[in-house]
Design a protein. Structure first.
Length: 310
């Protein structure tokens, strides 16, 4: 997860919905009517609980406490869903995607103090992910000194959790957007521009999103020095260089989040082949071109239309 944020809701500028800061990003929930009584409180409680369990930026979080001493812990429903997906990602990318990259990110300067300068000396090797999570018992084993980072799937999982709260409140039409990871529900099509990673005033394409999750990732969004950013190849311990931005559409925000990370290491079609429930993937290299798969074959209920620009 990103850095811990504040958890006070901000009025939605006089309109329906909800705006707040949480897990280090800005949340925008758009609804056609005001949220029913108690829904905002349930959403804020869910964000705080998730952050308290999974943020590597909090000393009191579950992953921080277990990682400091090492040990084996049950991970609950959210953890099981995320760790199972990480296991699939690690297998599909030959180990490039691995949630045990947290210590490496901290060595590079992306730690809870936001040092943002690389530490001296050689970093410790990134532990292998294989065998750390036992799916039959939903138990996670962390070596002493491990820093778990669920950034490849965590924000998307939390978007899905908030989506579930809204659905249980019988809200039929809404969009949950957490800093670019989003979930759209309802009959109305949501038009989304794919922001150019080098020029926020431009787009590389436009999607018309139906009921689906959408995630985007770019190496310039969480970068703090020349060549240093948050997308790490766990096999080498180095930030990726060949891809600068990715986008994915899937049946859930968590799957879209995972697919947008996998696309830094796999071609778009290979991501679709590896992850069931992912409908479309777009990626862009530092000098182009934009590559895509699934834009023409995604279910129309999830993706009504797509256009990429030259």
């Amino acid at each position: 997860m990103t850095s811990p944020g504040s958890y006070a809701a901000i009025p939605a500028d006089g309109g329906p919905g909800m705006r707040f800061d949480g897990i280090g990003t800005r949340w925008v929930i758009d609804t056609p009517e005001d949220l029913p009584l108690g829904v905002e409180a349930r959403i804020m409680a869910a964000v705080e609980e998730f952050d308290h369990e999974w943020s590597r930026f909090r000393e009191d979080s579950l992953v921080s406490v277990v990682g400091r001493e090492g040990g084996t812990v049950p991970v609950g429903d959210d953890g099981e869903a995320m760790m199972r997906l990480y296991t699939r990602l690690a297998a599909a990318t030959d180990g490039a995607v691995n949630p045990l990259i947290g210590a490496r990110l901290e060595h590079l300067g992306y730690d809870r103090s936001y040092r943002l300068t690389e530490a001296p000396g050689a970093p410790d090797p990134i532990p292998d992910w294989e065998g750390r999570f036992r799916g039959t018992t939903a138990l996670l084993t962390l070596p002493r000194g491990t820093v778990l980072d669920v950034g490849a799937v965590g924000k998307g999982r939390l978007v899905d959790i908030v989506t579930g709260i809204l659905r249980r409140a019988r809200i039929a039409d809404f969009t949950v957007d957490a800093g670019g990871d989003m979930r759209h529900v309802g009959d109305e099509v949501l038009r989304v521009a794919l922001e150019h990673p080098f020029d926020p005033s431009r787009a590389v394409g436009v999607l018309e999103l139906g009921e689906a999750g959408l995630a985007a990732s770019a190496t310039n969004r969480r970068a703090w020095a020349d060549g240093l950013h948050h997308v790490i190849d766990a096999r080498t311990g180095e930030p990726v260089r060949d891809i600068v931005a990715t986008w994915a559409v899937a049946r859930s925000a968590m799957l879209a989040d995972a697919a947008s990370t996998a696309a830094f290491f796999l071609a778009p079609q290979a991501v679709l082949d590896a992850l069931d429930g992912v409908y479309a993937v777009v990626s862009m290299g530092p000098h182009g071109p934009v590559r895509a798969a699934g834009l023409d074959t995604a279910p129309t209920t999830a993706l009504r239309s797509a256009r990429l620009f030259d």
